[in-house]
Design a protein around this ligand. Structure first.
Ligand code: C2E
Ligand code: CA
Ligand code: CA
Length: 654
């Protein structure tokens, strides 16, 4: 054991930890596998050793050298056979086993080679034979040190085992030349150890660095594909999953993409703060994970949008999945002691049924989601081709609406509201019209919602009020004008100022302006709304409650806001639903009007019978095609002039 002491000291000095070095398992594995790379150099080494020994035996005639030759051959063959059964690049062979097998082979070969060279010295073989074997052994020792620097213990062990017998033999002979040889070899070992260690360190560090950067890259990639708030995949993660799934998509496999959007999530954020908002998102993410079928990916698409993508049997199964998502999300949610109600809208599209590729699939389910939202939220909508047409038209409207005012494509029409007692025009309701050069006349029902969604309604609304006020200023004093206001217009900063400016510019008495608002305005109890109504009614502007009976019909706000009119929606006056019930409702509203001193307008009167019916029921004013459709300003002026001439009850016709 004493023999190995110098090696141990050396190892210590160069801080080689022979068994448990502090390399990571992966780096160590890579280093060990360098032992098995380039078997060619090993083969050359083995061939040189065996051939040189054979030649030495033949030249010197020493039989023992043939035995040495056989021993070397046996070791070389055994090493080849052993290494054939090992696969350093697969994990089924342990690193330790790989190292050990190499060690045994390497050490025994080195010792045998050194032993044979020592034998030629000890037997005082012919000088050429000695030179051949000593040179062969030392060349092998030095060469193998460089080759196996990845495992310095093995490298140095081999050099040591080659040199040791030669040094012993040199000492045994004791001649000056051999003593010099001994000293040479003695110095060779530390010199080689230092070189080997340097090579080892460079090798180890570069493998460790490569390993670290590979692991960092993996980690970064995972991070880049994950959403921090929910731990779900993000947009990049979903893209990745989609591309992967396309690679092994079976011929007739359907894929589903469900676009999930939380309803009114902005309110949660605004009212309860972002930390709670984030918790809601995380909980929704958990629930989605639970319902997601195997093999599917759930991703968060920024904000409050999620996407579920994965294989699906058929449309029926997609429907089931969508309703499961609804149920799961709607389960009451408790966050920090608060109970929250979360609702979602879903848009669904299938591939290849609805879309041929992923881009189209995304676009179509998004479109379906949009329809679910427009249709009143908290529902699921499956893609159908009509949606594309609707969207194209909507986009066109959106694009052209802004410039429509400047291009003079919009005008205001006026529909009279008749005093049912006298038959005279009481008010004109201003209704906007868009005459599009290619599309023809566009209905306000189609473009007003777009104007509301895009915010254009604020500019548009101010323009309408200004036009209406200008027209009214030309009419007799007793005729007023009614203008429809969108909730969004009212909530916009400076809304009251816009109206007052319009009045001032037209020189119209505020008393002659009536603003029609709908019940939807009062759904959210908004301070800006009451301030707006208060400010304008203080100036004399009147307010009418439009489309009464179609909305929330909570009578509370009729009391709290100064309405001068209630307009009973036309669905109570004409159309298929009219009957005893609607008649009773009109009567009740009219009664309320009398009590609260408000005028009751019946909208949508189309026949003389309806005139009688609503008058009978107690309505004081009427509006509808029976009297007149909405007409341009010059026709409105003509109607008034005509009325003035006749000065009697008139039935107006456009
Ligand atoms: P609305 O305020 O309820 O306006 C009355 C609508 O009923 C008008 O449709 C009018 O033409 C129609 N109408 C009047 N009499 C009859 C009738 O006897 N039978 C039937 N079937 N319909 C009748 P229009 O002009 O298409 O306007 C639709 C809606 O668009 C309006 O409903 C209003 O909510 C909105 N709107 C129109 N102009 C404006 C505007 O300038 N600003 C805002 N914010 N909204 C507007
Ligand atoms: Ca109206
Ligand atoms: Ca109305």
């Amino acid at each position: 054991m004493g023999k190995t002491r110098p090696l141990a000291t050396l190892a210590k000095r160069f801080s080689i930890r022979t068994r448990k070095d502090n390399l990571s398992a992966r780096v160590r594995r890579t280093l060990v596998s360098t032992l098995y790379t380039q078997p060619g150099s090993l083969a050359i080494g083995a061939f040189n050793g065996i051939a040189s020994t054979a030649i030495a035996a033949w030249v010197s005639g020493y039989q023992i050298l043939y035995v040495g030759c056989i021993i070397l051959t046996v070791i070389a063959v055994a090493r080849i056979v052993a290494s054939l059964g090992l696969s350093p690049h697969e994990s089924n062979t342990s690193t330790r086993k790989l190292e050990l097998i190499y060690e045994i082979g390497a050490f025994s070969y080195a010792f045998a080679l050194g032993g044979i060279a020592a034998l030629t010295i000890a037997m005082q073989a012919p000088a050429s034979v000695e030179v051949l074997m000593i040179a062969n052994a030392t060349c092998y020792g030095v060469g193998i040190c460089a080759r196996n620097a990845g495992r310095p213990t093995i490298a140095m062990g081999q050099l040591f085992l080659v040199c040791l017998p030669i040094m012993a033999a040199a000492l045994y002979i004791g001649s000056l030349a051999f003593i010099a040889l001994f000293v040479n070899m003695f110095l060779l070992i530390p010199a080689m150890a230092s070189i080997t260690m340097n090579v080892f360190k460079v090798l180890r560090d570069s493998i460790a660095a490569a390993d670290t950067s590979a692991r960092m890259a993996d980690k970064m990639q995972i991070l880049a594909r994950t959403d921090v708030v929910t731990g779900l995949a993000n947009r990049a993660g979903l893209n990745h999953a989609m591309v992967e799934s396309m690679m092994d998509l079976l011929e007739d496999q359907q894929m589903v993409l469900i676009w999930i959007d939380l309803d009114r999530f902005k309110e949660v954020n605004d009212l309860l703060g972002h930390p709670i908002g984030d918790k809601v998102l995380a909980e929704v993410a958990n629930r989605l994970r639970e319902v997601a079928p195997e093999g599917s990916t759930v991703a968060r698409f920024g904000g409050d949008e999620f996407v579920l993508y994965g294989p699906i049997g058929d449309r029926k199964e997609a429907e089931r999945l969508a309703s499961e998502i609804h149920i799961e999300i709607m389960r009451p949610l408790r966050i920090e002691g608060r109970s929250l109600d979360v609702r979602v809208s879903l848009g669904v599209a299938l591939m290849p049924d609805d879309a041929k590729d992923i881009d189209a699939l995304m676009q179509r389910s998004d479109l379906a989601l949009y329809h679910a939202k427009v249709a009143g939220r908290s529902q699921t909508s499956f893609f159908n081709p009509d949606m594309t047409r609707d969207l194209v038209r909507r986009r066109e409207i959106e694009d052209e609406l802004r410039s429509a005012i400047m291009r003079d494509q919009l005008s205001i029409y006026f529909q009279p509201i008749i005093d049912l007692e006298t038959g005279k025009i009481h008010t004109f309701e201003a209704l906007v019209r868009w005459f599009h050069p290619e599309k023809g006349e566009l209905r306000p029902d189609e473009f007003i919602p777009v104007a509301e969604e895009t915010g254009v309604i604020v500019t548009l609304g101010n323009w309408i009020t200004a036009q209406a006020a200008k027209a009214c200023a030309q009419w007799p004093e007793h005729v007023s004008v009614a203008v429809n206001l969108s909730p969004m217009q009212i909530r916009a900063p400076g809304a009251a100022l816009g109206i007052l400016n319009a009045l001032r510019e037209a020189g119209l008495d505020p008393k002659r302006l009536e603003l029609e608002v709908t019940e939807s305005l009062f759904v959210d109890d908004n301070h800006a709304t009451s301030a707006f109504i208060q400010e304008l009614s203080d100036r004399g502007v009147r307010f009418a409650l439009d489309d009464f009976g179609t909305g929330y019909s909570s009578l509370g706000y009729i009391n709290s806001f100064p309405f001068s009119k209630i307009k009973v929606d036309r669905s109570f006056v004409s159309g298929p639903n009219v009957g005893r019930k609607t008649d009773a409702i009109i009567r009740a509203v009219a009664e309320l009007g009398t009590q609260l001193d408000m005028e009751i307008v019946a909208e949508g009167i189309e026949t003389i019978d309806q005139v009688h019916a609503v008058r009978e029921a107690g309505c004081t004013l009427g509006q509808g095609y029976y009297f007149s459709r909405a007409v341009p300003d010059y026709l409105a002026a003509m109607l008034l002039a005509q009325e003035h001439e006749e000065d009697g009850p008139t039935r107006l016709q456009a």
